[in-house]
Ligand binder design. Structure first.
Ligand SMILES: Cc1cc2nc3c(=O)[nH]c(=O)nc-3n(C[C@H](O)[C@H](O)[C@H](O)COP(=O)(O)OP(=O)(O)OC[C@H]3O[C@@H](n4cnc5c(N)ncnc54)[C@H](O)[C@@H]3O)c2cc1C
Length: 397
């Protein structure tokens, strides 16, 4: 609130940040934004055709952006969870949803279970080089016959009594970074008699004999990311490659999914905001019937609706992240944030296409790509329907 004399005026232009962010986060935000705009954004169009190159990981590793909240002993920056939100938000300046996804899978999906459940050896062998950007990671949960129904996966890891290790057979699909990854965090079934206690996570180098990168999959959006169909044919791994506890892989992966969903929500809010900002600019420049299109009440209300949706998703995401950072495990609210942010982001992108008119449908304006890229978020990391089910069940239904 500002005052001029006794007149209190609304603070529309206030740049106040949310309470979860400090001045240190502001500085981090500035440096990530400068890097993304200078070194990544100029390639956005080219990478839609080729997928983004591996050097992005090495460069971001050099700059310390791949381990913002990991401890310094593994090469991380020792920051807090909001640092990860800052990265998820600022990387949207690349104008490449595919790039943002490839990086987020590495920083907030595949590596957190190594830090959380890994042995010291595993942290040194996989986490530290991943933070440096020298090893690229991917996460394998989904299979051709089981996505939402994680417990329905068929990839089996069978103990080999002769070696004491395991033999893995099965397949994984839609795996982000799967074609380029150096290792995979792999969910397998180790005991089909034990229900949720029959799953185990493994850390598997992708050059292990029997790991086959079968196909680069083509998709609606996220063209800059690499998405693979993988096969595991008699892949032999030692018992030391178990990540976490044998038989507890299902619970480990459910924990992982919470961070994945929260970071996805933050990315959605930021992408929606950027799309809104670009469209606002367009609405002030484009004229029809002798006036700026933004001055039509219908269009003005579209902006009001969009801004309200973005703000509600932002507040829910930040407040939930604050609880997560403070050691709580707010699964219901994480599911709400993921559901709401994904939905509103797609709605905002769709409305932004509408406000752009024909230009919104043209590739050169980049708005259609935002819509195509964001559409994934209502499916990946748990569909809208699964989020609704998690929320509904949390009330004992
Ligand atoms: C581009 C992309 C990248 C991805 N990256 C990865 C990755 O890196 N690693 C990984 O493991 N996975 C990845 N995924 C997979 C993603 O997480 C799954 O696609 C998602 O979980 C949905 O699973 P599914 O595709 O098998 O759909 P299904 O589970 O077959 O669902 C089909 C439909 O049925 C609905 N449905 C299913 N069960 C229920 C239920 N109980 N109640 C109501 N409705 C239900 C779903 O909501 C959906 O609408 C990626 C997917 C895409 C598209």
């Amino acid at each position: 609130m500002t005052t001029e004399g006794k007149v209190v005026k609304p603070d529309f232009g206030s740049a106040r940040k949310h309470f979860i962010f400090t001045e240190e986060h502001d500085r981090l935000r500035e440096s990530i934004a400068a890097f993304v705009e200078r070194e990544l954004a100029p390639h956005a169009e080219e990478w839609e055709e080729t997928t983004f190159p591996d050097w992005v990981f090495r460069r971001m590793g050099e700059l310390g952006f791949l381990g913002l909240s990991y401890p310094e002993e593994y090469g991380g920056q020792g920051g807090d969870y909001p640092c990860n939100l800052v990265l998820a938000e600022e990387i949207t300046r690349s104008n490449s949803g595919g790039l943002a996804t490839g990086i987020a899978v590495h920083t907030d999906m595949a590596t957190p279970p190594i830090f959380m459940f890994g042995t010291e050896e595993q942290r040194q062998e996989y986490l530290a080089p991943a933070i440096r950007g020298e090893k690229i990671s991917c996460l394998g949960i989904t299979e051709p016959d089981a996505g939402s129904d994680v417990a329905g996966i068929k990839t089996r890891a069978v103990r080999d009594s002769a070696s004491g290790g395991f033999v893995i057979n099965g397949s994984k699909t839609y795996i982000t970074n799967g074609n380029r990854a150096d290792f995979i965090v792999l969910l397998t079934k180790t005991d089909s008699e034990k229900g949720y206690d029959g799953f185990t996570l493994f850390l598997v180098p992708m050059d292990t004999p029997g790991v086959v990168r079968e196909k680069q999959l083509e998709k609606l959006g996220m063209h800059a990311s690499d998405t693979a169909l993988l096969a595991f044919q008699d892949v032999r791994v030692p018992a030391e490659s178990i990540l976490g506890e044998e038989g507890k892989g299902f619970y480990h992966i459910m924990w992982e999914l919470q961070g994945e969903r929260l970071i996805g929500a933050a990315g959605c809010v930021a992408a929606a905001q950027r799309c809104f900002d670009r469209t606002l600019q367009y609405a002030l420049e484009r004229n029809a019937f002798g006036r700026q299109i933004g001055k039509f009440q219908v269009i003005r209300h579209k902006f009001a609706e969009m801004a309200t949706k973005i703000e509600t998703a932002r507040q829910l995401t930040y407040t939930t992240a604050w609880r997560f950072q403070n050691g709580e495990y707010p699964v219901r609210e994480i599911s709400m944030a993921k559901l709401h942010a994904s939905r509103i982001a797609v709605e905002v992108a769709d409305e932004c296409i509408q406000i752009h008119g024909g230009a919104g449908y043209m590739k050169e304006y980049g708005i259609e790509r935002v819509w195509r890229d964001l559409r994934l978020n209502r499916i990946g990391a748990g569909t809208d329907e699964i989020m609704l089910d998690v929320i509904g069940r949390s009330y004992g239904l």
